[in-house]
Design a protein around this ligand. Structure first.
Ligand code: SF4
Ligand code: SF4
Length: 132
């Protein structure tokens, strides 16, 4: 299984990961269009919200079978099948299926690793494990 592992305790809240994610997939520096979200915690520090590819409630809830799991265990959305019902967004227990107002499809982390290189504190890491 391949996924983006987060080390929240190392995050300094610079938001570079959100910029690079939205630039990579939407060609826009727009935090609302990032598949990783950086949230300040009340007690200090930051929480990183991103798909860990493991709950998969979205796959079960999608009425059109638009969501599948590839050979590496990465959960992917087929835009051609998606009807934008947002059942997957509601089903995700960690709020990692993203959607922005006016968006035609939900979107999520596909473990591409673009953000990993940009993080100045090594708070992000792509992990590939044997079992799916
Ligand atoms: S928004 Fe699209 S991918 Fe999500 S559950 Fe609905 S049809 Fe499936
Ligand atoms: S790039 Fe790294 S340090 Fe900056 S907000 Fe993202 S995870 Fe935190």
């Amino acid at each position: 299984m391949k996924y983006l592992k987060t080390h929240d305790e190392k995050c300094i809240g610079c938001n570079r990961c959100m910029s690079v994610c939205s630039m990579t997939f939407f060609k826009e520096d727009n935090f609302a269009k990032s598949a990783i979200q950086v949230r300040p915690k009340e007690e200090g520090g930051y929480q990183l919200i991103v798909c860990n590819q493991s709950y998969r409630n979205c796959v079960a809830e999608c009425p059109t079978q638009a969501i599948s799991i590839n050979k590496l265990g990465v959960v992917l959305i087929n835009k051609k099948l998606c009807i934008n019902c947002l059942s997957c967004v509601a089903a995700c227990p960690i709020n990692a299926m993203m959607h922005f107002p006016g968006g035609l499809y939900p979107f999520k982390c596909v473990a591409c690793g673009a953000c990993v290189k940009e993080c100045p504190t090594q708070a992000l890491e792509i992990v590939q494990e044997e079992s799916a």
